[in-house]
Ligand binder design. Structure first.
Ligand SMILES: [Zn+2]
Length: 234
């Protein structure tokens, strides 16, 4: 199994942008990956586009619980849950604003194959705003049965997966009554993804764009000097 160090250039903290349509999306989709990055120096921009005040507080707690020690910037926006396709321009403007003020190494965000219209709208816009990042699209189990064929797996030790489930239950009490919200759903999907990559548990992602640089070519600023940077547009 190949290990990608996921190290930022020149000893900088690893810069992560996590985007969710709803409070809990990020943790359900990528909580194990976040826990796995806990030992990295992490600078995270955490962006959620909808949510009531109660759910935002849950998300705030979750961000700190899943990324203890990270340098965290948490932002919530007031868009209406379930209606993001109708405010496509607002979603684009929000993400453009985020892109103007940060240049993440890694983006975790929903997948364009996601059946939920809010998730899918974000996934449609992310690659038009961020051009040269590693974009890992997470998956979220749901009634629609849209579990797909991922292209990247992050194997998770059993204790990390158990911690993910414990934190989901602890951090999002408002969701516990939902009939799909239980340990078996989260563990079952992770076990299936683990089987697919010959691990006990895993989170799976669709890597819709990967930009990787062999170490020798990343030394100095040679790549930056070759191409003047302009603001992303699209
Ligand atoms: Zn969601």
């Amino acid at each position: 199994m190949l290990s990608l160090p996921l190290s930022a250039p020149a000893g900088d903290p690893l810069s992560l942008l996590a985007i969710g349509a709803h409070p809990d999306d990020i943790e359900i989709g990528a909580g194990g990956l976040l826990l796995g990055l806990a030992e990295s120096r992490l600078r995270t921009r955490y962006v959620v586009l909808t949510g009531t005040e109660e759910r935002r507080q849950e998300a705030r707690n979750a961000a700190h619980s899943f990324m203890p020690g990270a340098d965290l910037i948490i932002e919530f926006f007031d868009l209406r849950a379930g209606r993001l396709p109708g405010v496509w321009g607002s979603v684009k403007e929000i993400l453009e604003g985020v892109a103007r003020s940060c240049s993440p190494d890694i983006i975790i965000a929903p997948s364009s194959a996601d059946a939920h219209q809010d998730h899918r709208t974000i996934a449609e816009i992310v690659p038009t705003v961020f051009r040269d990042q590693l974009y890992l699209a997470y998956e979220i189990p749901k009634w629609d049965g849209d579990i797909g064929r991922p292209s990247m797996y992050v194997p998770l030790p059993a204790h990390v997966m158990q911690l993910k489930v414990e934190l989901l239950v602890k951090c999002f009490p408002s969701q516990r009554e939902r009939d799909w919200w239980d340990d078996e759903v989260f563990l079952g999907l992770a076990r299936l993804r683990g089987m697919e990559c010959r691990a006990r548990y895993a989170e799976a992602f669709t890597c819709s764009k990967s930009v990787i640089v062999p170490t020798a070519l990343a030394r100095g600023n040679a790549l930056d000097e070759d191409l003047p940077r302009t603001a992303p547009a699209g």
